[in-house]
Design a protein around this ligand. Structure first.
Ligand code: SAM
Length: 234
């Protein structure tokens, strides 16, 4: 058993099989290699990458497992986290979404080299534009280090089908952020299903919020480009 599999079992009770671990480590190494010429991550050591990228990404695994079957998209994927690790573990059809074209092109190359070309597609553009093109098509969405909870809920809602899940990875959300998120649930047609606090193996605290799409938003979404992040609903 390698270091990642040990951490996942010991700290999170999640089993990572040998072939999956190899692929996850290949992903991390490929991203770190691309990072030499393009800014995908500020985490430069392998140990940092194992904990802060792979272990952190995989903490969302039980929640994606509980979501209805169907398409998965990682919003604001950056260096492909948590999107590529969750795809490797679940085998779901995955769309990696980011507005920075060169990042998305690099991820496309990494996915192909890992033999995941059939499972992973990429979208180079804004989440708001994707929402116009692929309304209600996704069963599960993730977002890590992208925006505040209310912004994420607004961006995600039009993309989700009824019963679909939004999984938000947060480090330290403020009380006001959580209060605002709870206050807009009915407006965006989402309901908090789970709020879980836990620790990574480096003792840092993380929190995962899972929202279920319960019905159509009460307002027209997406709003104008940028508004969800600049002027979130409250
Ligand atoms: N999820 C990755 C992680 O946790 O390592 C990357 C996080 S990075 C801080 C946020 C990413 O979201 C950036 O790559 C940025 O280009 C992208 N992004 C921000 N707003 C976006 C939007 N409205 N549509 C698409 N991508 C967006």
């Amino acid at each position: 058993m390698g270091r990642l599999a040990e951490l996942m079992k010991g700290y999170h009770g999640i089993e990572v099989k040998e072939d999956r671990e190899r692929l996850l480590m290949d992903d991390l190494h490929a991203i770190m290699d691309v990072n030499k010429t393009m800014n995908l991550t500020r985490i430069l050591s392998e140990e940092g990458g194992i904990v802060l990228h792979l272990e952190d990404s995989l903490t969302g695994l039980p929640y994606i497992g509980d979501a209805p079957e169907g398409l998965y998209a990682d919003l604001g994927t950056g260096g492909g986290f948590p999107g590529i690790p969750l795809c490797i573990m679940t085998g779901r059809k995955t769309l990696l979404v980011d507005s920075v074209k060169k990042k998305v092109a690099a991820l496309d190359g990494v996915a192909g080299n890992l033999g995941l070309g059939d499972l992973i597609d990429v979208y180079a553009g804004r989440i708001e534009d994707l929402a116009k093109e692929r309304k209600g098509q996704f069963s599960v969405l993730t977002a890590r280090a992208l925006s505040s909870l209310p912004s994420l809920m607004e961006l995600a809602s039009p993309l989700l089908k009824k019963g679909g899940r939004l999984i938000c990875y947060k480090a330290q959300p403020t009380g006001e952020e959580i209060e605002n998120a709870l206050g807009i649930q009915e407006i965006v047609g989402l309901r908090l299903e789970c709020d879980q606090t836990f620790r990574l193996s480096d003792d840092s605290t993380r929190r995962i919020f899972v929202f279920e799409k319960t019905g159509a938003p009460r307002i027209k979404l997406p709003r104008r480009i940028g508004l969800a992040q600049k002027d979130p609903l409250r």
